[in-house]
Design a protein around this ligand. Structure first.
Ligand code: GLN
Length: 615
């Protein structure tokens, strides 16, 4: 038989293999021309060619000349537009720069007739006007602010290529003409020289293909750079930026681009293309051979292949987001971790259907949340309690949080309680929509327990006060024993007292005792990797016993047991139990019957849960 081989680090994932083959397929491409109207750009090597994809979680796939530096040029326009919006607000920016595709070349000296407004921020006229919207702040010049904003998007400090800057500044007469025209129409309200120099310097910021992919991934990720986790772009500007990229980012090729490639994108005469699949990933392409429109000719072909072969077109992108409703069950199927005496278990088995648990997942937005609201609405007539677990929710927009708060208020008005669990950071955002502060629970199980308590109260079963001490004969383990047996046991069961928070049993300890709880309650916690507290798996109250597993099978303890309040328990030692073999086998059988009964209650409960989770 052939031994399984270990894959070495040279092993490439299917994605790397694909990107290498894509690169190889286009490596010989020779059409187009390196930009030379800015003399310094003519020095670019036409063979340079890089492809990068950055994922939303910050992994970058790179092939070819992915680390070759070049100047960002017009790719900067999309991002600087974001900074202008942050500085001035949308209304102010829209009053000066339109959002209509012009169908003109990037450097057209064209403004909208009448208003003198540039058509959009992606052509030079609009980009120069945008640059004029950037504020000088805290002693920082416009270009300093732009440079650090773009650096934040890339996740590293970007420099300015001084030679390219000088070269464009010396030859940029056409852009100067545009600047003065903007001044004439009061789109720019100062002498335009500083703005123009800022614009030339902004275009001369040095990036590589990887930077473009990470900037694109930042746009795809609500403005958060996926590597540094820095909020580089205000989230409320993302749709503005991506909209103008979609309609105008590739100049007079924009219509065809969105039709064929289907990704908001921005190109630059340095040879870069930055393309975004919103919410998913960013692409950076670098190849300085340009077509007649000033877009990277090879870059367009590569993006078309990429989009087609990886199915990235934004208007045909899968079946939409994951449905938010992951699982629903009721309390007759899944009980809280608090063990209940027989009588209470019966009430919950009969009426538990009135408590419904809905586990949500993924991103909560209108379309994913809508089926949840519908489901709650349909069930509300027959329910008294809803527990919404947000444990597996990744994000939620304001619309969905507002709808959840409104749902809660509407249910409260009809006497139905809705608890929201494990909402974490979403909790404070939801409170802003006037959600009842009482409805939040850090843990699903505690909310479920509260619902059970309320349901039991409706059926006149108050949860027994923890202060009462249960007589030995009333404890489940000793149910049905006569006084003789109890008298024999009484002196042999050592009494232990524990303060709240004390460990009674520790996981991995040897288990040679069984505990009968006479007073107080205890929590059983399974140590969980990466969790400080461990996972709560059981709560036992006075009258119940615990520790029977290790007692019976001799394996080490599987969980910690911690006192929740002052506890009195009685300890049945394994040696005492063994003594019964000789002295009183009948009593031993009775105890074993009770232990078996307890184990079978646990097993039934677990079976029912498995069915609810997996069935
Ligand atoms: N700096 C260049 C210019 O203004 C940018 C043009 C571009 O990349 N399309 O001409």
């Amino acid at each position: 038989m052939q031994a399984t081989q270990t894959l070495g680090p040279e092993w490439a994932s299917p994605i790397e293999v694909y990107l290498r083959s894509l690169h190889a397929r286009h490596a010989e491409y020779g059409q187009g021309k390196v930009a030379d109207y800015i003399p310094e750009l003519a020095k670019a090597d036409p063979r340079w060619f890089g492809i990068c994809i950055a994922t939303r979680d910050g992994h970058v796939y790179e092939v070819g000349d992915s680390r070759q530096l070049f100047t960002i040029q017009s790719v900067s326009k999309a991002l600087v537009y974001g900074l202008a919006l942050e500085d001035q607000g949308e209304a102010q920016v829209l009053a000066r720069i339109g959002v209509e595709p012009s169908g003109d070349a990037f450097n057209a000296i064209s403004l909208q007739p009448g208003s003198g407004m540039p058509f959009n921020p992606m052509i030079n006229a609009g980009a120069i006007a945008t640059c004029g919207q950037i504020q000088k702040r805290n002693g920082r010049t416009r270009i300093e602010r732009i440079q650090s904003y773009l650096s934040g998007c890339a996740g590293r400090k970007l420099d300015i290529d001084a030679q390219v800057y000088r070269s464009e500044s010396e030859t940029g007469h056409r852009n100067r003409a545009i600047g003065w025209m903007l001044r004439n129409f009061d789109i720019i309200e100062e002498e335009p020289t500083d703005i123009l120099e800022t614009y030339f310097a902004q275009c001369a910021i040095q990036v590589n293909c990887r930077d473009l992919a990470l900037m694109a991934a930042t746009l795809a990720n609500q403005g958060v750079n996926p590597l540094t986790r820095h909020q580089a772009i205000a989230p409320e500007c993302i749709d503005n930026i991506l909209s103008v990229m979609s309609t105008c980012g590739m100049y007079d090729f924009s219509g065809e681009w969105i039709y064929r490639v289907g990704l908001p994108a921005k190109s630059g005469v340095g040879g870069g293309i930055m393309a975004v699949l919103p919410g998913q990933l960013g692409i950076g392409i670098f190849s300085p051979l340009l077509d007649g429109q000033g877009n990277s000719a090879r870059g367009i072909r590569v993006c078309a292949d990429l989009s087609h072969e990886l199915a990235l077109h934004v208007f045909n992108n899968g079946n939409g987001p994951l449905p938010a409703l992951r699982l629903k069950y009721d309390n007759a199927q899944v009980r809280s971790r608090r063990r209940r005496p027989q009588a209470q278990r019966e009430v919950l088995a009969e009426h538990g259907k009135r408590i419904r648990v809905l586990e949500l997942q993924g991103d909560l937005i209108f379309s994913t949340l809508e089926p949840v609201l519908r489901s709650v609405h349909q069930q509300a007539g027959e329910c008294g309690f809803f527990v919404l677990s947000l444990r597996s929710v990744i994000s939620a927009d304001d619309t969905s949080l507002r709808l959840l708060a409104e749902l809660q208020q509407a249910l409260t008005g009809r006497g139905v309680r809705l608890f929201v669990c494990q909402a974490r950071a979403l909790e404070s955002r939801m409170r802003r929509f006037a959600a009842d502060p009482e409805c939040f629970y850090g843990d699903d199980d505690r909310a479920l327990e509260e619902c059970e308590n309320l349901l039991l109260a409706e059926h006149s079963h108050t949860v027994p006060a923890a202060t009462a001490r249960v007589a030995l004969g009333e404890c489940e383990l000793f149910a049905g024993l006569g006084t003789k047996d109890l008298d024999w046991l009484q002196p042999r069961l050592k009494e232990q007292r524990h303060e709240a928070g004390e460990f009674i049993v520790r996981a991995a300890d040897a288990g040679d005792a069984l505990f009968v709880l006479q007073k107080g309650s205890v929590e059983v916690r399974l140590p969980a990797p990466g969790r400080k507290q461990g996972k709560r798996i059981d709560v036992f109250t006075a009258g119940m016993s615990f520790g029977e597993m290790a007692f019976i099978d001799g394996a080490p303890r599987s969980a910690d047991v911690i006192a929740l309040e002052p506890v009195v328990c009685r300890v049945l030692e394994l040696s005492t139990f063994k003594e019964l073999d000789e002295t009183n086998p009948r009593l031993k059988i009775k105890l074993l019957e009770q232990i078996t009964r307890q184990l079978s209650v646990s097993l039934r409960r677990i079976n029912s849960e498995v069915l609810a989770y997996k069935g």
